[in-house]
Design a protein. Structure first.
Length: 309
């Protein structure tokens, strides 16, 4: 007789490594490229990073990647287990070293403007001629002709309608979303290589990543009148006695549990959109401590998370 381990006792599955044996070389600096490279490493790729020498006057061992200078902790985590080379692409010696590395590379990751790549002899046509096996994933700010425009995460989010006040966004959404899109592009490139035996070129625009993340707002879901924009009383951030509570009781059964706990009558989902329901739930939560709400969530199966401050 055989038995099957229960989900609570089964060993966690080993992470999939579909990129094992794939060599990725990155020239991409700052955040999107290194974040993509970090994900590619977790998928089994052999990852190599080439970055320029550090500016003169900085201590020995300083990274030539700006992030290594303004946030060494983030830089260290992004590059853990990744071999980093210092290569001056503007020198003949550096170019020769790069070409040697490209000869045994499957995918090249860049984050330069197209004009800068062409000046360095790293445009797609030149690379395709010199290294037919090579695929390129080029991270740019905006697609097509706009790739030469200056910009950063904040400007791409603003253009996508994701900067709604004077406060900065809570994280670098376009950069991190672009990193996900870049790692996805590498997976696509490898599939093409294995299927057709040839390299490919893909452009990943951070503005496209911002636009993708903005779709729920474009659809109205996160607008003030939307169900997840504040109009639904079960999906909001409220004050509690000693902090705040993020409530996500969106589905009918969760909303019913929240209303029952708060002593609020619920005659249907329309009840959650009424001002009186908002007021009653706010009053109830304001009288509870974070500990009480954590216990309530566990006892009544209500999705919420308490916060300090």
């Amino acid at each position: 007789m055989t038995t099957t381990a229960s989900p609570t006792t089964a060993r966690p599955a080993r992470p999939l490594t579909p990129l094992r044996g794939v060599r990725v070389l990155s020239l991409a600096l700052n955040l999107p490229g290194p974040a993509a490279l970090m994900r590619l490493k977790t998928m089994g790729a052999t990852c190599l990073k080439a970055e320029p020498p550090a500016p003169k006057g900085l201590p020995p061992g300083t990274s030539g990647d700006p992030m290594g200078q303004y946030n060494p902790q983030a830089y260290a985590q992004l590059h853990e287990g990744i071999r980093v080379l210092s290569i001056d692409l503007k020198s003949e010696k550096g170019q020769a070293r790069l070409q040697r590395e490209l000869a045994r590379t499957d995918v090249l990751l860049t984050s330069f403007r197209p004009s800068a790549l062409n000046k360095l002899g790293l445009g797609w046509k030149a690379l395709q001629k010199a290294h037919p096996q090579l695929s390129v994933v080029a991270i740019v700010g905006a697609p097509g002709p706009r790739a030469e425009e200056p910009g950063h995460d904040l400007t791409y989010l603003a253009d996508a309608g994701l900067v709604t006040g004077l406060d900065l966004p809570a994280t670098l959404f376009a950069d991190m979303g672009g990193a996900l899109m870049a790692s996805e592009a590498v997976l696509k490139a490898v599939l093409v290589q294995r299927g057709k035996g040839q390299g490919s070129f893909q452009e990943v625009a951070l503005s496209d990543a911002a636009a993708w993340l903005a779709l729920p707002r474009t659809w109205g879901l996160t607008q003030p009148q939307g169900a997840v924009g504040g109009a639904h009383a079960g999906y909001r951030v409220y004050r509690c006695k000693d902090g705040r509570v993020a409530v996500a009781a969106l589905e009918p059964h969760f909303a019913a549990a929240l209303c029952a706990a708060a002593g609020v009558p619920m005659t249907g989902m329309a009840s959650l959109f009424k001002p009186a329901t908002h007021e009653a739930i706010a009053t109830f939560l304001a009288g509870q401590t974070r500990r009480q709400l954590d216990r309530l969530a566990a006892a009544k199966d209500i999705p919420l998370h308490t916060l300090a401050g």
